[in-house]
Ligand binder design. Structure first.
Ligand SMILES: [Zn+2]
Length: 348
């Protein structure tokens, strides 16, 4: 009897040891599978996860983010995912069908593999009481957070938390990569010199509170601080405070950061196609004001913007909204460069 017990204890110990070794070697051999709704989140996730996982995205760079057809292959991708990175607002309304089909408990809302990147982002255009019956697609406020580089730091932070939850062993690695990414954002936005002098956090706070340019107007050692401004903010000065028209509220966060004043939209409401009457209303509005361009995400219909262009002479600037929307834009940094360069060369 004693021998049987001894053997059974030994067998249990052996089994536990063996299973444990197997689990560990499996996790060491298998990189994390990260699926993002959009290419812009994938671009940020890649910088943080690096060689510890594979990163894929669902919507292509030239698709309307509100309306992505839920293909069965997307559900298959989600089925095997360790982490699902999504805006966490109502932008990816199409994802609930995919998550239902994927039946992956690890990545459902509330599970550790679910990352809502908008957590902590200062959301613009919050609505008191939305009404979806009219077709409005921004009922939780403006979900196009990818267009504002200040938001990327928040997005990176949320992705890092998600990675640390599913892979706590590499916590320090993810935090280090997040910090390097955030520093890259700060330097790209303000330039190296100002970031060295004041730190990215202080400058970002002032930019968000709209006090940065008053601060930069101050004298420092015989010259204005604004002389030290570099990066995208300097590059975007030619269009700061200029009035524009947009098709949809896509570029709200970009315009907030770079001081573009959007005075009207080709759509009467987000997600609702313009009527002939509304297009005429826009033409009248443009005639009364000093407006040079309208920004149109390249996935929208071209007819209404072209008609406005013909009637008013302002330029319809069709731009990709996401990373991979055009071949030369392979990451978020290249996307902002692309937008600024195109706006600069069309607004003069
Ligand atoms: Zn939208």
């Amino acid at each position: 009897m004693k021998t049987i017990i001894k053997y059974s204890v030994l067998a249990t110990i052996f089994t536990l040891f063996f299973v444990n070794v197997q689990a560990k070697s499996a996790s060491a051999a298998e990189p994390l599978k990260i699926i993002c709704s959009f290419s812009d989140y994938a671009s940020i996730a890649k910088e943080i996860v690096q060689d510890k996982g594979t990163v894929q995205f669902i919507a292509s760079g030239e698709q309307d983010p509100h309306f992505v057809p839920p293909k069965p292959s997307f559900a298959m991708q989600l089925k095997k995912a360790d982490l699902w990175i999504t805006t966490g607002m109502d932008l990816e309304g199409w994802s609930s069908t995919l998550l239902d089909k994927a039946r992956n408990k690890k990545i459902m809302d509330g599970a550790i593999g679910f990352v809502s990147v908008s957590d902590g982002v200062k959301i613009l255009h919050k609505v008191e009481k939305g009404d979806r019956t009219e077709g409005d697609v921004h009922l939780m406020g403006n979900p196009h957070i990818t267009t504002g580089p200040l938001n990327w730091k928040n997005i990176a932070h949320n992705i890092t938390i998600g990675l640390m939850k599913v892979d706590p062993e590499n916590r320090a690695f993810y935090e280090e990569n997040r910090d390097a990414f955030c520093k890259h954002v700060d330097v790209s936005l303000f330039g190296e010199e100002l970031v060295t002098m004041f730190g990215g956090e202080m400058l970002s706070k002032m930019l968000e509170n709209k006090t940065l340019f008053t601060f930069l107007d101050k004298e420092y050692k015989g010259s204005k601080l604004s002389d030290k401004l570099g990066g995208w903010l300097k590059k975007a000065m030619p269009f700061r405070d200029k009035k524009i028209i947009a098709y949809h509220k896509n570029w709200a966060y970009f315009c907030e950061t770079f001081g573009l004043d959007i005075i009207g939209f080709i759509e009467p409401k987000p997600g609702i196609p313009p009527s002939a009457k509304h297009v005429q209303h826009m033409i009248n509005l443009i005639d009364d004001q000093e407006i040079k361009i309208m920004l149109v995400a390249s996935y929208f219909e071209k007819k209404s913007p072209k008609m406005i262009e013909d009637k008013t002479g302002i330029h319809a600037l069709f731009l990709p909204l996401f990373v991979n929307g055009v071949e030369e834009v392979q990451n978020n940094f290249q996307l902002i460069n692309y937008w600024i360069e195109n706006i600069n060369s069309n607004i003069k």
